[in-house]
Design a protein around this ligand. Structure first.
Ligand SMILES: Nc1nc2c(ncn2[C@@H]2O[C@H](COP(=O)(O)OP(=O)(O)OP(=O)(O)O)[C@@H](O)[C@H]2O)c(=O)[nH]1
Ligand SMILES: [Mg+2]
Length: 330
């Protein structure tokens, strides 16, 4: 593999990403080196309930950003995404605009089976895409729990996509997604109920769901928010018709500018770094446990706990003591 990563060489880039995904030592060493050189890419998390139009929205955004000459990368952490099936849109005709353009790079990865969903590999792949010179890196996850929390660990700006007519009135509230949103998009604005959905979301934000852009921070009253922080905008967009896209791109730009001019940008980076370190620490510990677990002892403990002659906590303590003993010399 060539040493340089560039969006202009998509095949080479794809090979690097595969190497990162399978944990190849050379690729991981490269990522560590690349991480130390900050890149100007804007990393944007796009999340929302299934079917809200995340993939369609990203494709439309990508098209608009390409028109302005920006190279765009998309990481889709969603096994059911249309990206996975090789189509950017349900509408394959639109897709042809993007196909064959190295300035739009699309990659899917299955989160299924990865502990914690959006795994370390995703973060490392984002680092590689940043280094490859993309101006925008979009990460799509389905708003269903774990992955969204992880996306807040990764993205500079989190966009939560909501849409009318998906069964519930405002599902983002129910799913707790609002708390991680920097920008709320009500997609499918071409549908009649969109206005009402937007009003309900705006009302929910005004009632105190609004945050100061802190991922997972306690809710703040809206008035305070206007003074000290970022006011989460609710934007009506139609991804299929391309309406509201310019305003969304402007909101992305403004959010980034706010991060840079306020202390929040740095605070967020610290929170993200700490969360990332913890995630990797736990993953390393889990690997040690798997590697050094005394299987015979485990079976004995299983029997004992099943017969209730021992408590599972005792078993865990004893097994861990053995694992720690085994890794001590390293
Ligand atoms: N009317 C209308 N339909 C849209 C719009 N955007 C997306 N859709 C449709 O909504 C459906 C879901 O779109 P996707 O882009 O696959 O949604 P998603 O959020 O990526 O879905 P998952 O990845 O499965 O969670 C598709 O049938 C789209 O054509 C829009 O602006 N208006
Ligand atoms: Mg999708």
């Amino acid at each position: 593999m060539s040493e340089t990563l560039s969006w202009r060489a998509p095949r080479e880039l794809a090979r690097w990403l595969s190497a990162i995904e399978r944990g190849d030592a050379k690729a991981l060493a490269k990522v560590r080196a690349l991480y130390r050189t900050p890149s100007p890419a804007h990393v944007i998390g796009i999340t929302g309930v299934p079917g809200s139009g995340k993939s369609t929205l990203i494709a439309t955004l990508a098209r608009a950003l390409r028109e302005a000459q920006h190279p765009v990368a998309v990481l889709s952490v969603d096994p059911s995404s249309p990206f996975t099936r090789g189509a950017i849109l349900g509408d394959r005709i639109r897709m042809r605009d993007l196909a064959g353009d190295p300035g739009v790079f699309i990659r899917s990865l299955a989160s299924r089976g990865a502990p914690g969903g959006l795994a370390a590999a995703t973060a490392d792949m984002v680092t590689a895409l940043e280094a490859a010179g993309f101006d925008y890196v979009f990460v799509e996850t389905v708003g269903a729990g774990q992955d969204d929390v992880a996306i807040a660990r990764l993205a500079e700006t989190v966009v939560v996509v909501e849409a009318p007519g998906l069964g519930d009135d405002v599902q983002a509230i129910k799913a707790g997604l609002i708390e991680i949103a920097d920008i709320l998009v009500v997609n499918k604005a071409d549908l009649p109920e969109a206005q009402r959905t937007a009003q309900m979301l705006a009302a929910a934000l005004a009632l105190g769901f609004e945050t100061v852009g802190h991922h997972g921070a306690a809710a703040m009253p809206a008035a305070q928010d206007v003074q000290h922080g970022w006011r989460v905008p609710v934007l009506l967009v139609s991804a299929t018709k391309g309406e509201g896209i310019t305003a969304l791109i402007e909101a992305l730009r403004q959010h980034r500018a706010w991060l840079h001019t306020s202390n929040e940008g740095l605070r967020r980076k610290r929170r993200q770094a700490e969360a990332e370190i913890y995630a990797r620490l736990y993953a390393q510990l889990a690997r040690y446990v798997q590697m050094h677990l005394d299987q015979a002892a485990l079976q004995r403990w299983v029997e004992a706990c099943a017969m209730r002659t021992a408590h599972p906590e005792e078993a865990a303590e004893a097994l861990l003591a053995h694992v720690l003993q085994a890794i001590k010399p390293c």
